[in-house]
Design a protein around this ligand. Structure first.
Ligand SMILES: [Zn+2]
Length: 82
């Protein structure tokens, strides 16, 4: 989120109704759960020892996915996988 937009949001947060605050809390809670799931998937991805597509055993880190998960690239088939 853009910093100015975030600051504006914070200023407006003080005028939110209880209902809106609860809705926001639910969203934040879901986001934490999502982050936890992503962390678990990412950890699992780092434990992968062979390419799930060809079985090649040499994998290199290849950036991250749109959601921030570690992406691996197989040196044998040159395809990427989580
Ligand atoms: Zn492969």
């Amino acid at each position: 989120m853009d910093m100015r937009l975030f600051e504006r949001f914070c200023k407006q947060a003080g005028t939110m109704s209880i209902r809106r605050i609860r809705e926001l809390a639910d969203i934040v809670h879901l986001t934490d759960e999502r982050k936890d799931v992503l962390r678990r998937i990412d950890k699992r991805g780092s434990e992968i020892k062979a390419c799930p597509l060809c079985g090649g055993d040499k994998l290199v880190k290849w950036g991250t996915t749109r959601t921030g998960l570690l992406r691996l690239r197989c040196c044998k088939c040159l395809r990427t996988a989580l």
